[in-house]
Design a binder for this molecule. Structure first.
Ligand code: GLU
Length: 502
């Protein structure tokens, strides 16, 4: 069997991370099996469509490295790949289904349906269409169609018996037909609903494996009834568990944290959602996460290679990914883990590549006369996410205000009084220093330390604080002094001495 998988997003906005994971698994499975990966845009719900969203999907998949073999923008033998452009295909299939008894025309006006729905709700029941129009004679249907009455076409679900299918992850899934509603397949505007379009498209596009979120798990038996009614072989299904996030309960409207009677936040595990501020794929890229790190992190949200291995490139994943390794239970999204992956990937970049990626971030705070390459070298081992860069180095552009308590450091055995003493003695030494390279500064300052007979830290700690104003910096005293240059370093030193003198 030729493996053909499809990613079928609706153009409703950005690519959320759950969607990216589905796309990734769908892509990887096709590659692993030597099959084809297809992009299909499901835009039959025109009211939910967001302008520009289709282009965003193309861009995001490209940025993720998920090349599709067929799709709206590249074509293929099974096109068009946008559902609204396939509009004329669906009605003939729906008519065929009516002939076969798997569907029927329904002319019920909205008022009647609203009334029936209200009655059901009053009784505390979920509304199910009562098959009212199933019993219209052929002649009557034809007469009303000829008269141009508005209609929909509904699926004719058997009143009794079971509908079922087998899922690669969840096994045999079965529901009582009596619980299923005669869903609309073709709407009054002539467009198919998702319920119908997904079946027609998957069949006519020769899709062998349908991979999508578990929100479709309970509908899939119903779709299988459609395949049966047509006499078609259904595809294989693998529904993917949702991606969850540990959070605390919040008010739906205001997002304020809800507290229990003891004033404590109430932990919850909820679906990953932009509404709660969870990042989309685009957000992560924009914040300075590397595409490779995101992919590596995402693939492990619910899939495991069944060994300890953690690092995979996309092309390595194409060799090893399997659907059997996908875990049925929901995956938990952990930002710390993503940050760790990103840090690992940043650490492994060549210095040249890191400089290239870091430059726009450095340029946000440092003028061009700074030695960007040296700054990048100092940053690379510490940066988890590129957007941290400005905050790490802004002290180089401007000396921040700081508190003298920073001079107190137990391990370095230093405090403000000692710092003042040391810095005052160090100042003339630095003033005399002609060679301002890091190595020359290193030599001079260490010679000064041994003349004083104190510990390295008792000089290096105060010096770094005095010229950076920060307890933690990329690089130490020499690197910072080197980057600042002699004039600026001495200016900062003087200001700090004045401050210590109170
Ligand atoms: N268009 C659906 C969605 O965006 C996809 C469902 C499917 O893959 O069959 O959720």
């Amino acid at each position: 069997m030729e493996v053909r998988t499809r990613f079928a997003p609706s153009p409703t906005g950005y690519l959320h991370l759950g969607g990216l994971r589905t796309a990734l698994y769908t892509y990887l499975y096709a590659r692993r099996m030597g099959g084809k990966f297809i992009l299909r845009i499901e835009d039959t719900d025109q009211e939910r469509e967001v302008p520009g969203a289709i282009e965003k999907i193309y861009a995001s998949l490209a940025q993720a490295g998920l090349r599709y073999d067929e799709g709206p923008d590249i074509g293929g033998d099974y096109g068009p790949y946008i559902q609204t452009q396939r509009k004329s295909m669906y009605l003939p299939y729906a008519k065929e289904l009516v002939e076969k008894g798997g569907a029927y025309y329904c002319f019920c006006p909205k008022e009647r349906l609203d009334e029936e729905r209200a009655k059901a709700e009053a009784k505390g029941e979920t509304f199910k269409y009562d098959k009212h129009c199933l019993h219209l004679s052929k002649e009557e249907v034809q007469r009303r169609l000829d008269a141009g009455e508005s209609y929909v076409i509904r699926q004719n679900i058997p009143a009794t018996g079971k509908a079922s299918f087998d899922d690669i992850l969840y096994g045999h899934v079965e529901v009582d037909c009596s619980t299923l509603d005669d869903n609309v397949l073709i709407k009054a505007d002539g467009l198919p609903t998702y319920n119908f379009a997904n079946v027609i498209d998957d069949h006519t596009m020769g899709i062998s494996h349908v991979t999508r979120g578990t929100e479709y798990l309970s509908s899939a038996p119903k779709y299988n009834l459609l395949y049966e009614a047509f006499g078609w072989t259904p595809p294989l299904y693998a529904h993917m568990p949702p991606v969850m996030r540990e959070d605390v309960q919040r008010d739906k409207e205001t997002q304020e944290i809800i507290l229990d009677e003891n004033g404590k936040p109430i932990p919850v595990v909820r679906k990953l959602s932009k509404r709660y501020g969870d990042p989309s794929f685009e957000d992560l890229l924009e914040a300075g996460y590397l595409q490779e790190a995101i992919i590596n992190f995402i693939v492990l949200l619910g899939w495991s290679p069944r060994n300890e291995r953690e690092f995979f490139t996309l092309s390595e994943l194409e060799q090893v990914f399997d659907l059997e390794g996908v875990n049925k239970s929901p995956a938990i999204f952990n930002m710390d883990k993503l940050n760790w992956f990103n840090w690992e990937y940043i650490r492994r970049l060549s210095p040249e590549r890191f400089l290239e990626l870091a430059t726009p971030w450095i340029a946000q705070v440092l003028p061009e006369n700074f030695d960007y390459a040296r700054v990048a070298q100092l940053l690379q081992p510490r940066v988890e996410v590129l957007n941290q860069i400005p905050g790490f180095i802004d002290f180089l552009a401007e000396m921040p205000a700081y508190d003298v308590s920073l001079y107190t450091h137990k391990k370095m055995k230093t405090d403000p009084a000692l710092a003042l003493d040391v810095l005052k003695q160090l100042r003339p030494v630095l003033l005399d220093q002609e060679d301002w390279s890091e190595s020359a500064l290193h030599e001079t300052v260490l010679a000064f330390v041994s003349r004083l007979g104190i510990k390295n830290g008792q000089v290096l700690w105060p010096l770094r604080i005095a010229i950076s104003g920060k307890a933690s910096t990329p690089g130490g005293a020499f690197e910072i002094a080197g980057l600042l240059g002699k004039e600026e370093s001495l200016r900062r030193l003087d200001k700090s001495i004045a401050m210590l003198e109170g």
